[in-house]
Ligand binder design. Structure first.
Ligand code: CP
Ligand code: NVA
Length: 311
């Protein structure tokens, strides 16, 4: 059987996503009861980080540990990758030693190359193109509050970056409506918009975009690798800051999401994360742990595990 990777959301079909998310909810419940689930004993996850991370690193490392396995953190500075060993060779070597690899990198095609030579599942921990693990947690959080994804209205405010592009993909896969409000110079790539299958619309007016939205979300104005552009980005994106008063214009039941890290005074107002309507952001961050545990089980075991969750 072909190795199942997770480089984009569309690597899994919609029914499988819902099974993973349902397992994630069960794992969260068991975790909150402090009951152990040892579904991946002695399994090893290698984590290659070519960019910084707090949430992705901690959630994968804690997650595999909680399931009975262990993680190895690899940075280019400390491995032969940083001295030019090809990804294809590294992929073949790690396939002999560990059970899955998570990679955070810049160019998405590096992930594709790695996966092409890997006999073990490769997980995208963020690329310049997309961040599917983030969306798993966001979808889990939306399901917790709204019980469904289809026909929700989601407003993305700001930069059409890697996370925004993954929202486009998710809109097509799960059938929610996505309105993107941002400057024309910072729109998502048409490839990702097309994956939205007609569910993605654009607006230049953030107030119009959030009208009736159950979910309002945003992300930093300069992603990792774009720091040198911050002055021009601040100028173009200033009208697209999410504030308390913008949330007033959304649905009464609005949920604010942010993948974090947040830059107060840029994409969000200085006090937004103190507003009760934004408290789901912390649940969203925590759901990285549960969603990725379910994902690792599925990819490594080749099926949705039921271990430890027969409540
Ligand atoms: N949201 C997210 O991926 O955070 P980190 O960069 O801290 O991993
Ligand atoms: N768009 C951000 C997301 C960080 C989790 C970046 O790529 O830096």
């Amino acid at each position: 059987m072909a190795t199942q990777h997770f480089l984009t959301l569309n690597d899994l079909d919609q029914p499988t996503h819902f099974q993973v998310l349902s397992r994630a909810a069960a794992l969260k419940n068991v975790h909150q009861q402090r009951r152990p689930v040892l579904s991946l004993p002695q399994r090893v996850l290698a984590m290659i980080f070519e960019k910084s991370s707090t949430r992705t690193r901690v959630s994968f490392e804690a997650g595999i540990h909680q399931l009975g396995g262990t993680a190895i953190f690899l940075s280019p500075a400390d491995t032969q990758l940083g001295r030019g060993e090809p990804l294809s060779d590294t992929a073949r070597v790690l396939s002999e030693m560990v059970d899955a690899v998570m990679i955070r990198t810049d160019r998405h095609d590096k992930l594709e190359t790695f996966a092409q030579y890997s006999n073990i599942p490769v997980i995208n921990g963020l690329s310049d193109s997309c961040h599917p693990c983030q969306l798993l947690a966001d979808l889990q959080t939306m399901l917790e509050k709204f019980g469904q994804l289809a026909d929700l209205k989601v407003a993305w405010i700001g930069d059409g970056n890697n996370v925004c592009q993954t929202y486009c993909e998710a809109a097509g896969l799960f059938g929610f409506d996505l309105v993107i409000a941002g400057p024309s110079a910072y729109q998502p790539d048409p490839h990702w918009v097309a994956l939205g299958q007609g569910r993605v619309q654009f607006s230049t007016d953030p107030v119009a975009a959030v009208q009736g939205a159950q979910v309002v979300t945003t992300d930093v104005w300069a992603s990792m690798g774009q720091e040198a552009e911050i002055r021009e980005r601040r100028a173009a994106l200033a009208p697209f800051q999410v504030t308390e008063s913008l949330l007033e214009k959304a649905s009464d039941e609005v949920m604010f999401l942010h993948c974090l890290p947040a830059h107060r005074g840029e994409e969000i107002s200085a006090t937004l994360l103190d507003d009760p309507r934004t408290k789901w952001v912390w649940t969203q961050a925590g759901n990285r742990l549960h969603a990725q545990k379910a994902l690792m089980e599925y990819l490594i075991l080749g099926q949705i595990s039921e271990i430890g969750c027969n409540l």
